[in-house]
Write a protein that binds this ligand. Sequence first.
Ligand SMILES: NC(=O)c1ccc[n+]([C@@H]2O[C@H](COP(=O)([O-])OP(=O)(O)OC[C@H]3O[C@@H](n4cnc5c(N)ncnc54)[C@H](OP(=O)(O)O)[C@@H]3O)[C@@H](O)[C@H]2O)c1
Length: 270
Amino acid sequence: MKLNSGHEMPIVGYGTWPLKGAPATDAVLAAIESGYRLLDTASAYGNEDAVGAAVRQSGRPRDELFVTTKLRGSDQGRGSTRAGLEGSLERLGLDYVDLYLIHWPLPNVGKYVESYEEMAELRQAGLIRSLGVSNFLPEHLAAVTAATGIAPAVNQLQVSPSHARQELVSAVRSQGTVVQAWSPLERNSGVLEHPAVTAPAARLGVTPAQIVLRWLVRQDIAVVPHSANRDRQRTNADLFSFELTADETAAIDGIKQLPVKQDPATWEEF
Ligand SMILES: NC(=O)c1ccc[n+]([C@@H]2O[C@H](COP(=O)([O-])OP(=O)(O)OC[C@H]3O[C@@H](n4cnc5c(N)ncnc54)[C@H](OP(=O)(O)O)[C@@H]3O)[C@@H](O)[C@H]2O)c1
């Protein structure tokens, strides 16, 4: 996908939460071998060191990989944003990240705008290729764009068939910001067992997860599914050899919508 920063981002990436240590390095290496080129990590996941080790062990040239990490709540603010990014780069063993996201807006803390302003300076300094955010509502996006004149390239949001969040997705995209779905498979929600998902999976001979991910990418929503399992990693990235019919798409659109458990207006994690 072309980002507003001028850089390109793979539409399918590999989510690394909740793995840590050697199992994380092994899983990320397997994902790279399966063809993933975008790796999604975060300071708060405690696995940047393991992801960095996999990047080095893969032997892939740096410019073939797209590495995303995130500013944790406790590092938000003037001065500490730079320190937060430098800590991430050190743990990753990289001298720049492709995409740096503010993990949560934490509007009650009130530091996300100054954090984004500092990120804009860090981009100028070459430590970040594209500026992004995560879990931002339209008012948070408007505030950072007004302060810097730079709309976030990406907003990573919880999006899946039972959390389609159509109004929010449209509002984000109207500003030229790409939506990237986290928890696209909605573990333990029953979405992968829903007949609107299992019926096209049976027709096409693919997994229910492939149907959910295909439903997202056909809407130009990027995805970062996680799997620790090599076979599921491979099938989760195989999304472009089949197509849903209009009726199948409409049936998935019709899945009952649920409220998000982590409302960005109030959710706090550090
Ligand atoms: N920005 C944020 O606030 C935020 C929040 C949460 C997550 N994230 C990012 O988004 C990524 C993905 O989210 P997530 O890990 O919560 O959820 P997810 O990718 O939707 O689901 C992962 C779960 O689904 C299982 N799974 C994977 N492929 C499957 C398949 N083909 N069939 C059946 N089950 C399958 C995995 O188990 P196995 O490992 O056994 O396959 C795992 O339990 C994270 O890794 C993280 O990078 C970001």
